[in-house]
Design a binder for this molecule. Structure first.
Ligand SMILES: *[C@@H]1O[C@H](CO)[C@@H](O)[C@H](O)[C@H]1NC(C)=O
Ligand SMILES: *[C@@H]1O[C@H](CO)[C@@H](O)[C@H](O)[C@H]1NC(C)=O
Ligand SMILES: *[C@@H]1O[C@H](CO)[C@@H](O)[C@H](O)[C@H]1NC(C)=O
Ligand SMILES: *[C@@H]1O[C@H](CO)[C@@H](O)[C@H](O)[C@H]1NC(C)=O
Ligand SMILES: *[C@@H]1O[C@H](CO)[C@@H](O)[C@H](O)[C@H]1NC(C)=O
Ligand SMILES: *[C@@H]1O[C@H](CO)[C@@H](O)[C@H](O)[C@H]1NC(C)=O
Ligand SMILES: *[C@@H]1O[C@H](CO)[C@@H](O)[C@H](O)[C@H]1NC(C)=O
Length: 378
């Protein structure tokens, strides 16, 4: 996950594509509403103020992102973060209803090699783990999250399992020693439990995920984009022509053995754009020449503005539970309010732990956040 401005790097990376362990005393903290997880990532660099977050729609907010330093593997808390994190924590601490805050490491703009090196030895894992705990406690976070995009082979996946194991052990120990509730441990992961679309075949360590994480968050988006020469959906719920769909991805996690309660499904608040080859051929899968408006990415409120400004034709596609709109040679595929309703009902029907959004600041007057929250609760 990245801010739209980080997406070009992310696109290069994905070019070819495209709670039994929670201690009793912690369970109120994990489920403040007793009703599951309604989370969202807060990209630290966006102009959106943390004080404007309407917490009635969320239970958990992630600060995104910090990076480990490339030689020490300690977190690099930049001067920017030293000011932004306290602003974030202070703004959310005063909110009613309250939300749980987590510190997330990695993201779409991460250097995957640094994570690969960090997980490769016990000593470097320990430095990283200790640093995440130290920084999370210093600023008053209630959890830590890893969004490594992405482990590239089976060895990195098995090292990732060791990281999860040692991290959880360190969090349990630290909570005992300091007498505070344990920090939550979560991880954003690829939409499917196995990688079959780019890089070598590899699988996430489902056993370690089930045992050591409070939950894993499959990123059910970035399925298609302007790196391809045809239009497609960013986050299709279903796709009869391929396995690049949320139903397939979530199903693969359940099949791998991760309890559905430990899966928190990703939902995008942004869409992807193309320039059509022929403005008269404008359906899903239409030939395209590359990026459309917004250099290939528009966030939801920008899409509504685009639709209105250009008097675009808007179509809801039932199979993907997504919208697309077009005007002239510009084409946008995106999730709208109805998409959120359909996907959240899907998540509930499978007994998932909840859902999360990438990202805060992209919705339009909370319309999608509100629909998702209502669909989850009722
Ligand atoms: C920490 O991040 C800042 C900003 O990206 C960078 O300038 C600095 O070199 C980094 N420090 C280390 C030790 O990696
Ligand atoms: C990522 O980190 C590795 C290891 O420190 C370094 O060699 C490489 O140059 C970095 N890549 C980028 C894009 O910064
Ligand atoms: C990490 O923290 C543990 C617990 O406080 C401590 O025993 C250990 O020495 C620390 N390790 C490093 C490398 O800082
Ligand atoms: C799209 O790209 C593929 C290869 O990536 C190529 O085989 C195909 O002809 C291209 N289609 C169009 C319409 O340009
Ligand atoms: C989808 O995945 C299943 C099993 O994971 C596989 O058998 C099938 O060939 C895949 N279908 C496509 C279209 O890739
Ligand atoms: C759409 O644009 C018109 C003027 O071009 C404006 O009056 C209207 O408020 C806009 N609607 C929305 C939903 O932005
Ligand atoms: C907007 O598009 C519709 C058909 O899609 C058309 O009937 C209408 O005249 C258009 N309005 C403007 C202001 O271009």
């Amino acid at each position: 996950m990245g801010t739209p401005k980080l997406m070009p790097f992310f696109i290069l990376v994905i070019f070819h594509t495209m709670l039994s362990s929670g201690s009793g005393s912690n369970s109120d903290h994990i489920y403040p509403s007793g009703k599951g997880i309604r989370a969202a990532y807060f990209p630290s660099s966006n102009s959106f103020s943390p004080s404007s977050i309407d917490t009635q729609y969320f239970t958990h907010i992630y600060y995104a992102f910090l990076q480990p330093e490339s030689t020490t593997y300690k977190l690099n808390v930049t001067e920017f973060d030293q000011a932004r994190i306290p602003e974030f924590i202070k703004a959310l601490r005063g909110k009613n209803p309250p939300v749980t805050t987590l510190l997330s490491m990695g993201g779409g703009g991460n250097n995957a090699t640094v994570f690969a090196l960090m997980v490769s030895t016990q000593a470097t894992r320990e430095v990283f783990i200790n640093s995440t705990i130290q920084v999370a406690r210093k600023y008053g976070f209630q959890g830590v999250d890893l969004d490594w995009e992405f482990p590239k082979d089976a060895l990195e996946m098995s090292n990732l399992a060791l990281l999860y194991k040692e991290w959880r052990k360190a969090l349990d120990n630290e909570a005992r020693v300091c007498g505070k509730p344990r920090l939550l441990l979560t991880s954003a992961v690829y939409y499917a439990s196995k990688f079959t679309f780019y890089g070598g075949p590899r699988s996430y360590p489902a056993g370690a995920i089930s045992k050591y994480l409070d939950w894993a968050s499959p990123m059910c988006f970035d399925y298609h984009g302007s790196w391809e020469n045809f239009t497609g959906m960013n986050a299709a719920l279903d796709d009869s022509k391929s396995n690049i769909s949320t139903r397939y991805g979530i199903g693969s996690w359940i099949e791998a053995g991760v309890p559905s309660k430990k899966l928190v499904m990703g939902l995008p608040l942004y869409g992807r754009t193309w320039t059509l080859k022929d403005s008269k051929v404008n359906g899903i899968g239409a030939p395209a020449l590359g990026m459309g408006p917004g250099d290939g990415v528009l966030v939801y409120h920008q899409i509504l503005h685009f639709n209105n400004r250009t008097n675009a034709t808007v179509v809801y596609d039932t199979e993907s539970a997504s919208y697309y709109s077009y005007s002239g040679s510009s084409w946008v595929g995106y999730d709208g309010v109805r998409s959120a309703y359909m996907k959240v009902r899907f998540a509930k029907s499978l007994g998932l732990g909840g859902y999360f959004f990438w990202a805060l600041g992209q919705d339009n007057e909370w319309a999608i956040s509100k629909q998702a929250s209502n669909a989850w609760k009722y």
